[in-house]
Design a binder for this molecule. Structure first.
Ligand SMILES: [Zn+2]
Ligand SMILES: [Zn+2]
Length: 326
């Protein structure tokens, strides 16, 4: 099925490119850029599909059972801008170029050293015969590393200075997933890209895995009073589970529920909270004002300033502690 999908996808990208982009480049005398532009069309389309899928799933749920029935659209707008810039705009292009140059560099360095990355399918030949199982294993491994990336965002002062933009939102919606500093996006792209190469994710599967992660993460930010039940809460991250991570819970604030897809990591590492009744208010009372009410540009600029302050040891808003027992 993936082959069929990716065929159709290539056809559509080619069609958009040939009808809209190529003539424009030609008339502007920019045909040297044709190849890069084509790559960008592919990426743009990929982002568009993601946003459409996420919207189709999350918007009805938010309308059905909102946690906050009357959200102030002014605050949501910033998050929508984050999503559009991150998914469709110039940013993916930058990320894409960095990602592929880093990827090529890593692959080259490994080829030079004669070291061949371990491929999960070599260790477990059964995976070769059952492609969906192979994909599931890749997703579980990636999710484990995503748990730790997120823990580190809350552990190191400079990283928390960036991630606290994400946590400053007091009116959380499914758009909030993309509310991240550009530097944080770059770090994530590098982290995931390197990981994908190291464990040998087939290039064709990587976009599918990213889409699964994206949809799950957007859903987990949705302004909706939904939990997956006693067992389900322990199997998959729900809007309730992640809202608790964003909750204003007093001093030491957001020290739990770091998982992205599977709460099992929080359970294993002692950071889980499965209280089904809690849908706390979100936000970070200690965040700089620009993080709370500022627009995109102001938040980006303030983010750089806050990282510098953190590195100089002059930032007062310190990362959350990991809770001990509960
Ligand atoms: Zn967080
Ligand atoms: Zn979040």
């Amino acid at each position: 099925m993936w082959e069929w999908l990716s065929d159709k996808y290539d056809l559509l990208a080619t069609w958009i490119f040939e009808t809209a982009i190529q003539p424009a480049l030609y008339s502007l005398g920019l045909m040297d850029w044709a190849e890069d532009a084509f790559t960008w069309v592919g990426f743009f389309l990929f982002g568009l599909v993601q946003v459409a899928v996420v919207y189709a799933i999350c918007r009805p749920l938010e309308a059905w059972r909102p946690v906050e029935p009357h959200q102030d659209r002014r605050f949501i707008r910033t998050d929508i801008l984050y999503t559009l810039l991150t998914r469709l705009g110039v940013l993916p292009l930058i990320g894409f170029v960095i990602f592929f140059s880093a990827d090529a560099w890593l692959a080259g360095a490994m080829a030079d050293s004669g070291w061949i990355p371990p491929n999960l399918e070599e260790f477990f030949p059964v995976l070769r015969d059952v492609p969906w199982l192979a994909m599931l294993v890749y997703i579980v491994v990636i999710d484990f590393f995503e748990y730790w990336r997120h823990r580190f965002q809350h552990t190191f002062g400079w990283w928390w200075a960036l991630h606290s933009i994400h946590h400053a939102q007091q009116h959380m919606s499914f758009w909030t997933d993309d509310r991240n500093h550009i530097l944080d996006d770059v770090l994530q792209a590098a982290w995931l890209g390197a990981l994908a190469v190291l464990i040998g994710v087939p290039p064709g599967q990587f976009p599918v895995i990213l889409t699964v992660l994206r949809v799950a993460e957007s859903l987990s930010h949705a302004n909706t009073r939904i939990h997956f039940g006693r067992l389900g809460e322990r199997l998959f991250v729900s809007p309730r589970f992640h809202r608790l991570h964003h909750g204003v819970l007093g001093a030491g604030a957001t020290g739990r529920n770091y998982a992205v897809l599977f709460p099992v990591w929080d359970w294993v590492f002692g950071t889980a909270n499965f209280d089904r009744e809690r849908f706390p208010a979100t936000g970070d009372p200690e965040a700089p004002q620009a993080y709370v009410t500022g627009g995109w540009l102001r938040q980006q600029w303030e983010g750089v300033r806050q990282v510098v302050l953190a590195l100089l040891g002059r930032r007062r808003n310190l990362p959350a502690r990991v809770p001990e027992g509960d």
